[in-house]
Write a protein that binds this ligand. Structure first.
Ligand code: BJW
Length: 234
C-alpha cells in the first residue's frame, strides 16, 4: 500500500469535459501554430493575437464542468490515509472545482494574469488586452496570461521534484508525454523507487517507463483505479 502519491495530469483528463487537447488530431496545435501563441517570442511579435487566443480559451472554460475523473482524484485526496499531491499541466480550474486542494498548476492558470512590468500575479476574469491595466501597479500594456510558454520555467519545480523523490506511487493521467520537464517525471519517480502507472487513452511517448497502464477514457479508467486503490487502503 503506497503512503505518498504524486499524480500528473494533462489535457486528456479535461477532454470529456469539452476542453480540446493539444496534440490529438483535432487538437489545438492542429489549428494554431504553437510558436505564434505559446512562446515569449510569439507574444512579443503579436500580443493582440496571443491575447485573442487566450481570451477565447478562457471564455470556453466558463461553460464546462469537472468530470468523473476530476471528481475521483478529489475523492482520493480526501479519503486516502497518506499524502496525495496533484500536479497538473492544465490551465483550466476543473481540479479545484472538483474539490482537489493539494494542487500545483505547473503551467499556470487561465484565471490569473501576470504583469510583465511589476512581476505581480493577479486574479483575472474576462478579456485581457494591451489596454488592460495591472491591478497591482496600474501600468498599462504589460499584462499577459499567467501561463508557462515554451522556453519558460514551469512553476514550483523544487516542490514537485521533492515530492517525486519521496513518492511511492506515481500516476500519469491524460498526457501525451511530449513536453518536458513533465514528461521526465516518470523517470524521476522510478529512480526514487515508486511504482509508476499510466492512465491514458493510448500509450504515451513515455509508455516504456510505466510499470502498469490502463488505456481508455479518463472518466472510465480513473474512477475505477481510484476505487481499487481506496479499497486496499487500511
Ligand atoms: C485522453 C482522453 C481521454 C485524450 N481520456 N486520455 C528537446 C528535448 C527536451 C526538451 C526540450 C527540447 N526542446 C525544447 C525543450 C523544452 C520544452 C519541451 O518540452 N519541448 C518539447 C515539445 C520537445 N519545454 C519547455 O520549454 C518547458 N520549460 C522548460 O523546459 O524549462 C526548463 C526547465 C526545466 C526543468 C526545470 C526548470 C527549467 C515549458 C513547457 C511549457 C508548455 N506550455 C504549454 C502551453 C501552456 C499554456 C496553455 O495551455 O496554452 O502547456 S504547451 C501544451 O503542452 C500545454 C500542456 O500543458 C502541454 C502538455 O500537453 P498534454 O497535457 O500532454 O496534452 P496533449 O494534447 O499532448 O496530450 C493529451 C493526451 O491525452 C494524449 O495522449 C491523448 O491520447 C490523451 N487523451 N482524450 C484520457 N478522454
Amino acid at each position: 500500500m503506497p503512503s505518498s502519491i504524486v499524480i500528473l495530469t494533462g489535457a486528456g483528463i479535461s477532454a470529456e469535459s469539452g476542453i480540446s487537447t493539444f496534440r490529438d488530431p483535432d487538437g489545438i496545435w492542429a489549428k494554431v501554430d504553437y510558436r505564434e501563441v505559446a512562446t515569449p517570442q510569439g507574444f512579443a511579435a503579436d500580443p493582440a493575437r496571443v491575447h485573442a487566443f487566450y481570451n477565447w480559451r478562457r471564455k470556453n472554460v466558463l461553460s464546462v464542468e469537472p468530470n468523473a475523473a476530476h471528481l475521483a482524484l478529489a475523492r482520493l485526496e480526501s479519503a486516502f490515509p497518506g499524502d496525495v499531491l496533484l500536479v497538473t499541466q492544465n490551465v483550466d480550474s476543473l481540479h479545484e472545482r472538483a474539490g482537489s486542494r493539494n494542487l500545483i498548476h505547473m503551467h499556470g492558470q487561465h484565471d490569473q494574469a501576470l504583469c510583465n512590468a511589476c512581476g505581480k500575479r493577479s486574479a483575472w476574469a474576462g478579456e485581457m488586452s494591451l489596454e488592460s491595466p495591472c491591478p497591482a501597479c496600474r501600468g498599462v500594456g504589460h499584462m499577459r496570461p499567467d501561463v508557462v510558454w515554451f522556453g519558460e520555467t514551469p512553476y514550483q519545480m523544487e516542490r514537485i521534484q521533492a515530492a517525486l523523490a519521496g513518492c511511492d506511487l506515481f500516476l500519469s493521467i491524460g498526457t501525451s508525454g511530449n513536453v518536458y520537464p513533465a514528461a521526465g517525471f516518470v523517470r524521476e519517480a522510478r529512480s526514487a523507487g515508486a511504482r509508476t502507472v499510466e492512465l491514458n487513452l493510448e500509450p504515451s511517448q513515455g509508455a516504456g517507463y510505466f510499470d502498469e497502464a490502463e488505456h481508455g477514457p479518463a472518466t472510465r479508467v480513473v474512477p475505477r483505479f481510484v476505487e481499487r486503490l481506496l479499497q486496499r487502503a487500511p
